[in-house]
Design a protein around this ligand. Sequence first.
Ligand SMILES: [Cu+2]
Length: 162
Amino acid sequence: MAGRLSFTVGFLIVASVGLLHGACAASTYTVGDDLGWTVPKNSSYYEEWASQKTFQIGDSIVFNSTTGDHTATEVDTREEYDNCTKMGIIVKVGAGVQKTFDRNATLYYLCSEGTHCEQGQKMIVKVGDGIAPSFAAPSLAAAAAAAASALFFSTLAIYFLN
Ligand SMILES: [Cu+2]
């Protein structure tokens, strides 16, 4: 009985550490990799770069420009993005502007300098499923996490009581 108990508890600990590790493994991506954030030769360069990544909550992107003046401007809608509308939160990019994702969303970034956006310095970033949560969603997720946690500890307690 003791052997089986420690095996079960050990398995549960290994399983939960694995889950925690998966949930906390945040990645940081440099936009455009070695090219950085600049006017690309290929106008679809950044859209392709972003579409090949899988971004999750907790991940970060870093806009990094070593030459020229550039901004990391987040616009609100697809229409503004398509039209290179230069309104939004404008951040001048030097050696690293970081954005960390705190919720699922579809985000539109462009450079507001000159015609850089028209030349392809723009990208669409999908975090998670790309759909922003409603106000109810976070509390549901928290409730589910609390329930899972309660189940885990009550399972442990049952094993210890036996
Ligand atoms: Cu630019």
